[in-house]
Design a protein around this ligand. Structure first.
Ligand code: ARG
Length: 591
């Protein structure tokens, strides 16, 4: 139940103290510690400091070395080049630190909590009612879900908000059509296909009503009146609107379920959830002068936001016709999240194409004083999903790919991969199906999470379920292989032996395991799940090297070597398992 400082942070602290001791006038100085090829770590900070104080860097480096406390941490330290310090840690320190981590909770692994954790309201997984979800919605859901797990693990209080598109003039047309064709939303209640059935009837209705709206002036008028009735809160109209929302949620949940992702109903607060605040939001903006009337609309202007014609592009909070748009809703949501949910951070997992919108919303909220001191805003912007051809992802016919078909195909391919090895591993049909699902969904999530979010990425199922390279299934196999070794070990148990000398591959693996907490802190602070994916991939690679070079269950090994290697295996497996779970990916025990 105790968190454990990493070797790097302990070393960093000792060096900083030694620097202060050697140079009392320097104040707090950063030794700039980095992992290095020459030794385990290199400290580069002394150079700049010596320059600043007009001292000799090599001398200063030697002084710092002398001021380090006597301990078991460092095996070797030498001054190199113009004044770097190359530091090699002792094998004992590596194993002792890892042992302390392993002794912590199964699921915590000694990772320290963020001492300055706050409350993050995270806006993610926000599809639109009565519309099919697309790959962009998939990205928001996958990245957002990973961020929720990661932030919570660091001790942050996290409040999810699924800002679904459940309001707007299109509901006038939909509701009016439903009134005139009352059976259109009914479908067979086949339990399993519920979501798909719901979506296909919504789709049909959407298309039919749109066609009528475009061709029939009288229907258009009736639809417009219906919008007025909806906004006025007419009970019959609202009840029908609610049917659209409920039906869509059946569909959304079926997709989230396929994605192996938990979404909770109270967290679904769509655009309509802020209706009561819109008027006040606009009034405050106008009264404080943050927004001004321009051509009948209520607008906020920015010096640095201009259209191609050089004219300023405003954020429109209230349209000329009196209607409220996307911006008014988002501004109201900011108020709600800060004032009622006590957010210290507002995080938005939204397509990069909406970056200008959010920049303007954040700036407006600042000007209006809704972002109290200490409240930060951040858009975790993601790029476009591309097809193999490098163009935005479409089917051969040029229509947007249905998300469910995509996920089904990923699972199908993954199941085939799993089945190929199933006999050797002795998997039952049930396990094949379950693993196929975890591998397929994991592949889709990992492909999304392993590149920096803001970059576009290619959706390539062949690559995603490949056993080689940077894929989730490679990591899942690494995990299953370790678990199988641990099962085979019989009476031999994972036990740390700090007295042993380590082989190079053991040291490399150990030093990487040591960094788990720091990587997580960095991933959480910068909203960069791809760095966790990269860490895990490297962990699996280092494990593979270790496994090739250091036989674990060999009769030739003394018992304590076997135990110590099993210990490294066990901590690697637990780290992989935890890291993958934080990305929303399962790690089957046998694969
Ligand atoms: N529903 C929107 C879309 O499909 C995303 C909503 C993003 N969140 C927000 N607070 N605006 O593009």
């Amino acid at each position: 139940m105790a968190s454990v400082n990493s070797l790097a942070s302990t070393l960093q602290q000792q060096l900083a103290d030694a620097l202060t001791a050697a140079l009392p006038d320097a104040g707090t100085a950063d030794p700039l510690l980095r992992r290095s090829d020459r030794a385990d770590f290199q400290a580069n900070g002394i150079l700049a400091l010596a320059k600043k104080l007009k001292g000799n860097p090599r001398e200063l480096a030697a002084q710092v070395t002398g001021a380090l406390p006597a301990s078991d941490l460092i095996k070797d330290i030498e001054v190199s080049g113009p004044g770097f310090l190359n530091i090699t840690l002792s094998d004992k320190a590596i194993i002792e630190t890892l042992a302390a981590r392993a002794a912590d909770d199964e699921d915590r692994l000694g990772v320290p909590y963020n001492p300055s954790a706050g409350t993050t309201v995270i806006d993610y997984a926000q599809p639109n009612v009565a519309k099919e979800m697309h790959v962009g919605h998939l990205r928001s859901a996958v990245i957002g879900d990973a961020m929720v797990q990661i932030l919570e693990f660091t001790g942050e209080s996290v409040v999810p908000r699924h800002h679904i598109g459940d309001w707007g003039t299109q509901f006038g047309m939909l509701i009016q059509y439903l009134i005139e064709h009352p059976d259109e939303l009914d479908h067979e209640d086949d339990k399993k296909a519920d979501g798909e059935a719901a979506m296909s009837s919504l789709n049909r209705l959407y298309k039919a009503s749109r066609a009528l709206f475009d061709s029939d002036e009288e229907f258009k008028d009736r639809s417009r009146n219906r919008v007025v009735a909806l906004q006025a809160g007419d009970p019959e109209t609202l009840a029908l609107w609610q049917r659209f929302v409920d039906e869509s949620k059946v569909y959304f949940y079926s997709v989230f379920d396929k994605l192996d992702m938990e979404i909770n109903d109270p967290d679904i607060v769509g655009e309509s959830g802020y209706n009561d605040m819109l008027e006040e939001t606009c009034r405050i903006l106008e009264e404080t002068g943050v927004a001004v009337r321009s051509e009948g609309a209520l607008c906020v202007f920015f010096d640095d936001v201009k259209g191609p014609d050089g004219n300023p592009t405003p954020l429109i909070v209230k349209k000329t016709n009196g209607g409220y748009g996307y911006a008014a809703t988002d501004l109201s949501a900011v108020r709600d999240r800060v004032q009622n949910l006590d957010a210290t951070t507002l995080l938005y997992v939204v397509d990069v194409r909406q970056s200008l919108h959010f920049r303007m919303v954040f700036e407006t909220a600042r000007r209006a004083g809704w972002l109290k001191d200490g409240v930060t805003t951040h858009q975790l912007a993601f790029g476009t999903v591309l097809g193999k051809d490098g163009k935005p992802f479409k089917t051969r016919e040029g229509v947007t790919v249905r998300l469910e078909d995509l996920l089904d195909e990923a699972v199908e391919r993954a199941t085939a991969v799993v089945r190929e090895k199933a006999e050797k591993v002795g998997l039952s049909e049930e396990e094949i199906v379950e693993n196929g699902r975890y591998v397929g969904i994991g592949a889709v999530k990992y492909a999304d999470l392993s590149t920096s979010a803001v970059r576009d990425y290619k959706f390539d199922l062949d690559q995603m379920v490949s056993l080689h390279g940077d894929t989730s299934v490679y990591l899942q196999y690494a995990y299953a292989r370790i678990r199988s070794i641990l099962r085979k070990a019989g009476d031999a148990k994972p036990v740390a032996h700090p007295e042993l000398e380590l082989a190079p591959a053991e040291r490399a693996l150990g030093l990487h395991l040591d960094q788990f907490g720091e990587v997580l802190a960095e991933v959480a602070a910068g909203y960069e799940p791809h760095k966790l994916a990269a860490y895990l991939y490297q962990l699996a690679s280092l494990y593979t090297t270790f496994y090739d070079q250091c036989h674990v269950l060999s009769d030739e090994n003394p018992a304590e070597v076997v135990e110590n290697r099993l210990f490294l295996c066990d901590l690697t497996a637990r780290t992989l398992h935890k890291g993958m779970a934080l990305l929303g990916i399962r790690t089957p025990e046998r694969l």
